[in-house]
Design a protein around this ligand. Structure first.
Ligand code: PRP
Length: 208
């Protein structure tokens, strides 16, 4: 099992470059997040189990398939909301459980303000959605919530991750699989990813 998948597809490289560009306006930024989330979804779902289901076409009956897992999408507010629509479009039966978290500007530590994940009856596969993995604090908090729920298969979709964040995730939760468009080398002194794309939440919601 591969811990980290970094997309090498030309479409990912093309659309990520537009996303990074400081002159990209919020409406286009949202579209790019949507496009990249779709590409990430293909990679992150390629081994989901299916079961056979006969399908009757207008001409005959033939073998068909349906997804056999109970799937949860877990966006980290706010910026994770940008990935929900494309994932719901591909996984229309998925449950969506929001996690409210922001990073304290002084300490860079995550502050949780909303979590309604149930205490029992966990999903089979949980996809954590957040375009940015910087120090990893927010993501680790989200993973802890999914583990408390009992989710046995946790996967993360992030547009950009920092190398220190990737290393921390691998160290603390080696069983969690991470799907990204790019791993950027550094965090700056304010724990922003460099080269990065700025603040994804602000760029999605035009609150800069
Ligand atoms: C950003 C981002 C992640 C987090 C990453 O959210 O969307 O959730 O920071 O940083 P970390 O890996 O160091 O925890 P932010 O706190 O800006 O909140 P927002 O999505 O509401 O803008």
């Amino acid at each position: 099992m591969t811990h980290l998948v970094e997309l090498q597809h030309p479409l990912a490289k093309h659309h990520l470059s537009i996303l990074r560009d400081a002159t990209t306006p919020p409406w286009l930024f949202r579209q790019q997040v949507h496009r990249l989330a779709t590409l990430l979804a293909f990679a992150a779902t390629e081994d989901l189990p299916v079961r056979r289901k006969l399908v009757t076409t207008p001409l005959t009956t033939t073998d068909g398939y349906e997804l056999s897992s109970r799937i949860a999408l877990v966006p980290i507010l706010r910026a994770g909301l940008g990935l929900v629509d494309p994932l719901q479009s591909l996984l229309p039966d998925a449950e969506v459980w929001h996690l409210g978290m922001y990073r304290d500007e002084v300490t860079s530590r995550p502050v949780e303000y909303y979590c309604k994940l149930p205490a029992e009856d966990p999903c089979d596969v949980g996809f954590v959605l957040d375009p940015m993995l910087a120090t990893g604090g927010s993501l680790l908090s989200a993973i802890e919530a999914l583990i408390r729920w009992g989710c046995p298969d946790i996967r993360v979709m992030s547009v950009i991750a920092s190398q220190p964040g990737v290393d921390r995730l691998k160290r603390e939760y080696p069983q969690v699989r991470l799907f990204v468009c790019s791993v950027d080398a550094e965090l700056n002194d304010r724990n922003f990813i460099v080269p990065g794309l700025g603040d994804a939440g602000d760029r999605i919601f035009n609150t800069r």
